[in-house]
Design a protein around this ligand. Sequence first.
Ligand code: ADP
Length: 267
Amino acid sequence: MHTYQVQSGKKITLKDWDPADLSLWDKGKKEGIKETEKLVKELQVLQEKIYAQQKHRILVVIQGMDTSGKDGAIRHVFGLLNPQGVFVKNFKVPTAVEIAHDYLWRVHAHVPGNGEIVLFNRSHYEDVLVVRVHNLVPRTVWQKRYDHINQFERMLADEGTTLFKFFLHISKDEQKERLQARLDDPLKHWKFNVGDLEERKVWDEYTTAYNHVLSRTSTEWAPWIIVPSNRKWYRNLVIAKILVEKLGKMDIKFPDPQSDLKDIKID
Ligand code: ADP
């Protein structure tokens, strides 16, 4: 089992998990970036096969506090894959139509089909995170959602979807630095969202909500990975490494040609 994978049924307290941990890599940042580049090349080959084979469905859920690097991880780890077979879905505040349905309605519509990799930038987990922290629905309603989510993901897995769930773990100090950097650099101003300051005030409440998510929804069919994300390069390395390792163990290969090609002659 991987070091950062949350064992099913284990009670998680994030303060016991070091967001600056680097224990999978002891050769420093420069070599770490090179290693990630190598892994991304392997991921490209795997994705081409997934796309050609039209068999596997890969769902990657990415969650984390504001500024934890969800966008950066998507860009660095998946940015060089073939856009024909990779889709990103961002989950924002639900629209009027979405909110008029059950919370999984908008999610189910975007799960991957055969040959596809879909990245969820935020996900159905918002429905037990922001919704819980801000009391957007009563406790009796969101409390039932952990079980729904486990069953929903179980159904996806039973029907042939492979799930990866990455929680990007940063410290509150690191968030402060990243918010400050967005204020200081005009090229990052567009990323500065005043609302993030309000969310920062309820950091502890979010931490509690994440502790529950990680403790209650890490299952054998859809385990959570807690990615130490204070260092961006290490975050990318860990995500790429886990994907390559796990996909590498699956039956991912180019399909056989439709007929015997050796006798074909092109005039
Ligand atoms: P991001 O922070 O992901 O880059 P935004 O700044 O647009 O993008 O933030 C999206 C917002 O939508 C987040 O504050 C998130 O908590 C919120 N959100 C996502 N899903 C839900 C939901 N189901 N209910 C309420 N708010 C949600």
